[in-house]
Design a protein around this ligand. Sequence first.
Ligand SMILES: C[S@@+](CC[C@H](N)C(=O)[O-])C[C@H]1O[C@@H](n2cnc3c(N)ncnc32)[C@H](O)[C@@H]1O
Length: 255
Amino acid sequence: MNIDILTLFPEMFNSIMGESIIGRARNKGIIKINPINIRDFSKNKHNRVDDYPYGGGSGMVLMNQPLFDALKSITQNRKNSRIVYLTPKGKTYNQKIAKVLSNEENLVLLCGHYEGIDQRIIDEWVTDEISIGDYVLTGGELPAMVLIDSIARLIPGVLGKSESFIDESFYSGLLEYPHYTRPSNYKGRKVPEILLSGNHKLIDEWRTKESIRITIERRPDLIAKLFKRDDISMKEKVKLKKMINEVIKISNSKV
Ligand SMILES: C[S@@+](CC[C@H](N)C(=O)[O-])C[C@H]1O[C@@H](n2cnc3c(N)ncnc32)[C@H](O)[C@@H]1O
């Protein structure tokens, strides 16, 4: 996968996206992360990239010319690029969007700055507007890195054998079950007996029920969404409903 990032701060990417799992995936050539400095495309004699907003008001807007030229130069070689503008006004990012984007061959991430970019660049070039949450950051660089990290780990070969995303929170639609490692008794706090039993069927069942319990407690909205999904069969939904009822019964009996 090729990821081109249009930014005023390319160095931010080379440091953070050069480490750990993403750094390894880059070294193996599974993903190519290419930060491009918008300023390099400025035709202004002082290399300016911002201008005043029409209609007045505070703040500046990223100029059209450098953005237009940068987008034209990137898409010349990559005709089917998906162009994502990171903006608080965009669709709120989630694991489902990460999955969709992880199937793309060419991705362009456009990082705004100041008050943002000219609407005409959005209208002409941008295929998706994405927000990473209901808060405002100073620039699109951190949001772009959030996207890259979450997308890259879904690409085959990026995670090692010991690091799987299948069981993780959100992938299945539920939050993940709790993890434990050695020792089995840590300062009097014991690992749940079932995890030491070696019975994988019972362990899987315990994990699913724990996932359900945590999701009901923290994100009941996710449970409701599961029942609306088309990729889960009626039979599986009935099984899930049964497990949910069992979990609710157990937690009610604890009160
Ligand atoms: C100061 S913000 C601009 C905010 C904009 N004036 C508004 O009110 O919607 C500068 C840039 O940071 C990025 N940004 C800030 N918050 C973001 C968020 N929650 N999600 C994605 N991008 C964000 C965008 O690229 C934006 O153009």
